[in-house]
Ligand binder design. Structure first.
Ligand code: FAD
Length: 396
């Protein structure tokens, strides 16, 4: 099979489908090449099957990138409200969970169906289970890019790379986009797993492993960033939203600090407890402010456990310091196997922030997670996929 199109899109994920439907609506002949057996697999598994499809509070400050300004233009031109508008037009019920995070009421399948329906209505052709074997460039202006695939050869004057990052290889993630970028002389910034559980080793892991499943609110701090939310102790280390968020800012060797009483001024709380419950032991009063098993472990290994009345002021200060600035040495992350995103990627320096087009190779575009733009947990990554896909879809 051969075919000539206006635009070829490699990757039928969030960004690729948004780009396809946008370009298709403009009358462009669009082909999406997806090597997995269905499109939108990450959308399907996202948000626990309910897809946290956007965040109404999205701002450029919610993204990590070597150039924090790059995402501004696309995010400003395709806002969460544009996506919500499409969701509402398709009659998909949704709700806000917390902090502006919007989830489907029923299933993330509805988001994939919406995108595919919009693609079909716009005449987009989607080839699934289709692998790119080779790509050639420069034959003629009209067929500047030619994809040699397991389903035949396809040519177009524009190629959009929407192949995503490296996280969850079992869902179809490949390094295709990074390799292609390098082939065209684009710099690719080092990649690493983001929004990922952290692992502990040695005595740190031994001290907490049997508390696996215990969750408590914390403020996690690293490299000048702080996130307040739940932390979950796992068999191998730490997870939960506060840890996933801070993991994107953590690198091996970095200092990780946790405030274990984020709703309290720790010293004030200890003083209050001393006054109100002088005969109670620390582990008992702490156990009313956090999970009992966690409080007990703190009092076995990190804090001296006594009746509250027996502490003097310097001791209370020391304990407050431990509780509000608990230092943990993480040994690593769970890696791409469980990471929600890939940090780093195609350097934004040689991309247009308004169209996502390469400044090196006319007609070549990069969108979504393959670019060095990574969002926080909470719907920001999909918003970037929609916004960058929309920007390129309007430019091709
Ligand atoms: C478990 C999990 C849950 C998540 N939950 C959320 C959430 O609730 N909210 C949120 O905002 N973000 C979430 N994310 C992140 C979000 O899924 C991604 O940031 C987003 O999907 C990126 O969109 P993309 O189109 O760039 O890449 P993807 O959606 O990953 O799409 C890339 C596509 O390209 C295909 N592909 C790769 N290589 C090739 C190739 N060589 N040839 C052809 N096709 C190829 C892949 O199969 C895939 O379909 C989650 C991620 C994971 C892993």
């Amino acid at each position: 099979m051969t075919g000539h199109f206006d635009v070829l899109i490699v990757g039928g994920g969030a960004a690729g489908l948004m780009c396809a439907l946008t370009a298709g609506q403009r009358g462009k002949r669009v082909l999406v090449v997806e090597h997995a057996n269905r499109v939108g697999k990450k959308i399907l598994m996202s948000g626990g099957g309910r897809c946290n499809f956007t965040n109404t509070g999205t701002t450029p400050a919610n993204f990590l990138s070597a150039n924090p300004h790059f995402c501004k233009s696309a995010l400003a031109r395709f806002t969460p409200w544009h996506f919500i508008d499409m969701v509402e037009r398709h009659g998909i019920a949704y709700h806000e969970k917390e902090l502006g995070q919007l989830f489907c009421d029923v299933s993330s399948k509805l988001i994939v169906k919406m995108l595919v329906d919009e693609c079909h209505a716009a005449g987009v052709r989607i080839e699934t289970s289709c692998s790119v074997e080779r790509m050639t460039h420069g034959e003629s202006e009209d067929a500047a890019f030619r994809l040699h695939t397991t389903h035949g050869n396809f040519a177009a004057p524009a190629l959009v790379v929407a192949s995503g990052g490296l996280s969850i290889p079992s869902m179809g993630a490949t390094g295709f986009g990074y390799e292609l970028a390098k082939q065209f002389g684009h710099a690719v910034l080092p990649t690493r797993a983001g929004l990922v559980p952290l692992t502990l080793s040695g005595k740190h892991q031994e001290r907490l492993a049997d508390l696996s499943g215990v969750a408590l609110p914390v403020t996690a701090r690293c490299n000048g960033r702080a996130f307040s939310n739940y932390m979950l102790v796992t068999h191998r280390g730490l997870s939960g939203p506060a840890i996933l968020q801070i993991s994107s800012y953590w690198q091996p060797g970095d200092d990780l600090r946790l405030d274990l009483l984020p709703q309290h001024d720790a010293l004030q709380a200890l003083q209050d407890w001393q006054r109100e419950r002088p005969a109670a032991e620390l582990k008992t009063v702490l156990g009313d402010a956090m999970p009992k098993r966690f409080a007990q472990r703190l009092c076995e290994l990190w804090l001296p456990n006594r009746p509250m009345k027996q502490y003097n002021m310097p001791q209370l200060r020391e304990m407050a310091q431990v509780l509000s600035d608990w230092s943990l040495v993480a040994s690593g992350t769970e890696g791409y196997r469980t990471a929600e995103v890939t940090l780093g990627g195609v350097d934004t320096d040689e991309l247009s922030s308004s169209t996502m087009q390469s400044r090196r190779v006319p007609g070549l575009y990069f969108i979504g997670e393959v670019i060095d733009v990574t969002g926080w947990l909470g719907g920001y990554n999909f918003q970037w996929a929609w916004a960058s896909g929309h920007a390129a879809g309007n430019a091709v």
